[in-house]
Design a protein around this ligand. Structure first.
Ligand code: C5P
Length: 227
């Protein structure tokens, strides 16, 4: 069976990572959550006082980029890899609403994108990878054998995100989450550098009314046509 590259792009909270993890597990592929990498850089900027609600010192962040080490380490109990920022596990910290509120501003910086895209290309160079993000099918792996573009209504996505956050005990309102989802959609689709667009050869899946299992079956069917 040949190994392929599976690129999954789409708007925030469309269930890209759920689908990517299911596929990687089933196929024995490596899963790479590129959003986690942008989130880790945003966390770094927050921890160092380079970004907050009043300021964003892009130059300081850019100057610090060579000193930032990002790694995924597989956690066999969880069954997926966790994000490490300069040797510290930051998997929980990068999922907060604060990081979500800054990450798209950080992801607009071309130096940040160049660093992460290079690392992502390296991680996927041997194929057998499922990578999710915003620019995987367009920029990171334009030759991926299978490209999926996921969509769902903003309200559906915000509800999923809200349920996830409140389940973890985060004190957020639905309106705050909806606002964040819409704001990130706007920034991600309007930035000059690698905006979120559907690759011409990507297959679009609107999962507003699909269960996880139905969605997985649809995509696995597509994979099986190729491998
Ligand atoms: O996928 P997730 O929602 O965790 O991504 C967080 C943010 O990181 C996105 O809203 C986007 O601004 C940025 N991102 C990106 N390119 C990627 C992955 C994520 O710009 N490949």
């Amino acid at each position: 069976m040949k190994k392929i590259t599976i690129a999954i792009d789409g708007f925030s909270s469309t269930g890209k990572s759920t689908l990517a993890k299911q596929l990687a597990k089933h196929l024995g592929y490596v899963y790479v959550d590129t959003g986690a990498m942008y989130r880790a850089i945003a966390l770094f900027a927050m921890q160092n006082g380079y970004i907050n609600s009043e300021l964003f010192d892009k130059e300081k962040l850019i100057a610090s980029l060579p000193s930032i080490k990002l790694q995924f380490k597989f956690n066999s109990d969880l069954g997926f890899a966790e994000m490490y920022l300069n040797d510290t596990n930051v998997e929980k910290e990068i999922r907060t609403i604060e990081v979500s509120s800054f990450v798209s501003k950080v992801a607009e910086i071309s130096e940040v994108r160049a660093k992460l895209v290079e690392q992502q290309k390296e991680m996927g160079k041997d194929k057998g990878v499922v990578m999710d993000g915003r620019d995987i099918g367009t920029v990171v792996f334009p030759d991926a054998e299978l490209k999926i573009f996921m969509t769902a209504s903003a309200a559906t996505r915000a509800q999923r995100r809200y349920d996830e956050l409140t389940e973890k005990g985060d004190d957020v309102s639905f309106e705050e989450v909806l606002h964040n989802v819409e704001e990130r959609d706007y920034i991600d689709t309007h930035r000059d550098n690698s905006p979120l667009v559907r690759a011409e050869d990507a297959i679009e899946i609107d999962n507003s009314y699909l269960s996880r299992e139905e969605q997985f079956d649809v995509v696995l069917g597509l994979v099986n046509e190729i491998i």
